[in-house]
Design a protein around this ligand. Sequence first.
Ligand code: TRP
Length: 457
Amino acid sequence: MLSGSKQSPERESFGSKFGILAAAIGSAVGLGNIWKFPYVTGQNGGGAFLIIYLLFVLLLGVPVMISEFSIGRRGKRNVFGSFKSLAPGTPWYLVGIMGVVAAFVILSFYSAVAGWTLEYVVRSVENSFSAHTAEELGSAFQNFISHPLRPILWQLLFMFFTAYIVAGGVKKGIERYNKFLMPILLLFLIILAIRSATLPDGGAGLEFLFKPDFGKVTGRTILFAMGQAFFSLSLGMGTLITYASYFKKEENLGRTALNVSLADTFIAILAGVVIFPAVFAFNIEPSAGPSLVFITLPEIFSQMPLGNIFGLIFFLLLAVAALTSTVSVLEVVVAYFAEELNISRVKATVVAALAISMLGVLASLSFGPIAHVKLFGKVIFDLLDYLAANILLPLGGLCIVLFIGYYLKRSAVYDEVSSGKLFKAAYFPVFIFIIRFIAPLAIAAILVYSVFFGSLG
Ligand code: TRP
């Protein structure tokens, strides 16, 4: 399992096909779908953003995911080690280092938001949403995140849970729960979507989400759509390289990548269907940013019978979804520390979690005491988020497609994608074409554009 002893010659692998799918979907589905997707869509104009996002998922996301799976299963080590073993004596291992850096950056702000979900579990228990206007819920949220201590305590608690699971191994810890908690989350999202879409004025929200207005598309829209695709699918930093190093040879990489991507995208759209009708019904600003779902969801709960119980379960499930994602991010760092620096898994986990928590505290504080500290007009939290999703992950993705497209031999790639000719993988020529020509050009063009034309806004 993921808790593999650090240097067993026979590397441990996932127990079952379902275990693989559950772990990969567990990594992909998280706050990226339910918290980030709605707010980024809201800030970038709605429908047109959604369409561009879907294009990125299909054209870049799925092929990059297959590439990461191939590198990991063939390299059989952590992200750094996999590049070292597939490309000895070359600087490709730097991609692995960048992945470890990206893991630090992502976990630091992600754990802050994960902490917020815990606060909202408690607030549901206290029944503190009912009979409040969106405005009141908005200021309650602002008061909470600007508090100098409370968000940090939740964040550290969440980091502790993450570290605990990673130290002990994913199979015993989380996979077991993942299998039945994810379907319940899905069920809850469907119920919430129905509640939200049938609110008076809810139709305007659906129109916002599904009716594209291409007049609103700018360079920024495209950059954020690409960043969101990488972020939501857990691509570009080696999470899926690390996970695939535990895959068995019989696993069909193409099918797994497609299933994970479809499931992830479905959940994101469903979250949009939950959020936007309510946003319009309650007159919330679609471009409110990171606070969007933490204002909108409580509003929905306050309009439902037994809303507080519903809220309680929902925020708990959201916390679990976040946990299966943070585990997959921390695993990248821990696998690297344990295997390359030759320290025990537990020690690696403690060191990594402590270091990340320090950066994480800064991210949390940037909504309160250090809100005035800005770079490029962004507070630390936004800066880390932007740096990860819009720069580090696409850059990592670019390196990964170049590695598969130009460094590895085509026959080796085919051997991996077809599991040693066990599967036909009839899509292979299309895959290689995208990986060699379309993906690198698209990613590079968007990155260059955003650097030179400053869509840092
Ligand atoms: N995809 C997760 C989400 O949507 C977050 C995540 C987990 C992630 N592992 C990752 C993002 C690796 C980027 C890279 O919540």
